[in-house]
Design a protein around this ligand. Sequence first.
Ligand code: TRP
Length: 427
Amino acid sequence: MGAIAAAAGSAVGLGNIWRFPYIVGEDGGAAFLLLYVFFTIVISIPVLMTEFSLGRMTGQPVTSAFKTLCPGGKWQAIGILGVLTAFLIMSYYNIVSGWTLYYSVASVGGWLEGLSEDQIRQFFINISTDSVSCVVWLILILAATAFIVAKGVSGGIERYSKILMPLLFLLIIVMLVRSVTLSGAAEGLTFYLKPDFSKITPKTVFDALGQSFFSLSIGMGTMTTYGAYIQRTQSLSGLAMRVAAVDFLVAFLAGAVIFPCVFAFGINPGQGQGLVFVTLPNIFNMMPLGRLFSVAFFSLLVVAALTSSISLLEVVVAYIKTSFNMGRRKATVIASALTLLFGVACAFSPTFFYIVDNATANIMMPLGAFFIVIFAGWILPTQKIFDELSIHGTRFKLFRAFCFILRYVVPIVILIIFANGLYCWLA
Ligand code: TRP
């Protein structure tokens, strides 16, 4: 149970509730959703199983895992790519956490209450374009994250999040009831659930794979680190499927809350990174006890974001600690200061923010996953992964299919999508 909770805690975050809806909105709805599900089942779950296996096999976090399995090899670079990715994600992720924190404070103050759709949109524009306050909120979030990581007490937060995350889930269900009963909701559900295949473009495909990787935190070795803590008696395939199911459900429901409301209020679904923030306050304004729900929702979202940013910061801190032989506290201070620097750049340049967001999810994470599966499928003796996936002598039945996916499907799909993306970018 602990391992599932920890891995799910890392997976469920702003990626599900903030990023997923905005990407679905940009990429035209249901057709994207189908692609996303397809990639999650065919590509992401096998990659997640592989990462768990590598971690449990060695009992070590990512950089040392590759060192143990392939001494002297260049495969450790996968770990370094992962650290770099974690670092870049943190720089903009914490800005969004900062917005979320600001929205929970604003909800306590009732500043969003009774505003019209237009005013709510303006409210978001005001905060997101005020770079100085973005930095202030960013510093608050970073300080909290750094404090927890420096003290080494993230386990405590995980215990709370085991109670708080189901609460967030319940809240989303309540919001769903309000959202789908708005007049005009049907159009939103059509957009979200009825695929229009003409909307599939190379960009949609690129985004779907990236979002699936981002949401499950794969392709950067984080899940390898969690794998090291999974008990030998647990089935890794079962675990990977359960984590992916929880992660998908949260994202799917977030979308099901947002799109009916987007259409009921005539909001532009493709407006980008502010979508959640300009949509949800409208729902709260139409709910009994809306202010209370708003406070609860945004605060719980801050917790979800924190558990993810803690595990991102841990990746960077662990690397600095071991590579430069440094104490935990010092490593945390250095990592946070560097993050702050990049965070400020993101706060002042929306273009930079957008590029980092896309480059990490769409390029760096698939690239990491590409090397991980090449390593696991072609370099490592197949027997090792097989043993890891079979428990108590029961053979992992789908192993041949799994091997085929690992060796051929995942690398080829990633390469095709990359080539396609490159082609569009150059054209
Ligand atoms: N999956 C996280 C989310 O949905 C974001 C994330 C990506 C992440 N990579 C990670 C979190 C690595 C922790 C570690 O919000």
